[in-house]
Design a protein around this ligand. Structure first.
Ligand code: HEC
Length: 134
């Protein structure tokens, strides 16, 4: 094999290693966010003043992680407080997202737009969903 081939092979292996599990999950979360959430919460997570609460810097997302899987799957109705502001517009359920897709969306939100809210595990999301199962 020529050394050029060796270099190409090394790059290929590196590429495969770098695009491993974590990156793909994040990317799936981003795509799903854009398809299922961004039309209300906006591409940059800022929501819509007075009507749709923000996800960027959200006190609820930061402190009530176990609530988010249930909000996504079953929707959210009734007054909800985010960063000291009360919102009261129903969010429709999004039942077609699987447990793993919900995990990836939450991890995307947790690490986007300056959010640094940690990683949520698939098992934790599954447990949370079991508790609010309808
Ligand atoms: C049709 C518009 C709409 C869509 C689509 C939507 N939401 Fe919401 N979302 C809302 C509204 C409105 C509320 C406030 C509910 C209330 O007032 O009780 C909310 C509340 C929330 C909250 C809790 C409050 C906060 O901002 O921290 C989270 C978390 C959330 N949504 C995440 C998501 C995610 C993730 C998606 C996509 C999977 C999504 N939403 C899709 C409208 C929407």
């Amino acid at each position: 094999m020529s050394s050029n081939h060796n270099i190409a092979l090394t790059f290929l292996v590196l590429l495969i290693l770098l695009s491993g599990c974590g990156g793909q999950s994040f990317q799936q979360g981003q795509i799903l966010y854009q398809n299922f959430c961004a039309n209300c919460h906006m591409d940059d997570g800022t929501g819509l003043a007075g009507n749709i609460p923000p996800l960027v810097g959200s006190s609820l997302v930061r402190t009530q992680q176990e609530r988010i899987p249930c909000i996504i799957r079953y929707g959210q109705e009734g007054p909800i407080e985010v960063n000291g502001q009360v919102f009261n517009n129903p969010m429709a359920a999004i039942p077609q997202l699987s447990d793993i897709e919900i995990t990836n969306i939450i991890n995307y939100i947790n690490h986007s737009w300056g959010n640094d809210f940690g990683y949520v595990k698939f098992e934790a999301v599954r447990e949370a969903l079991k508790r609010c199962e309808k």
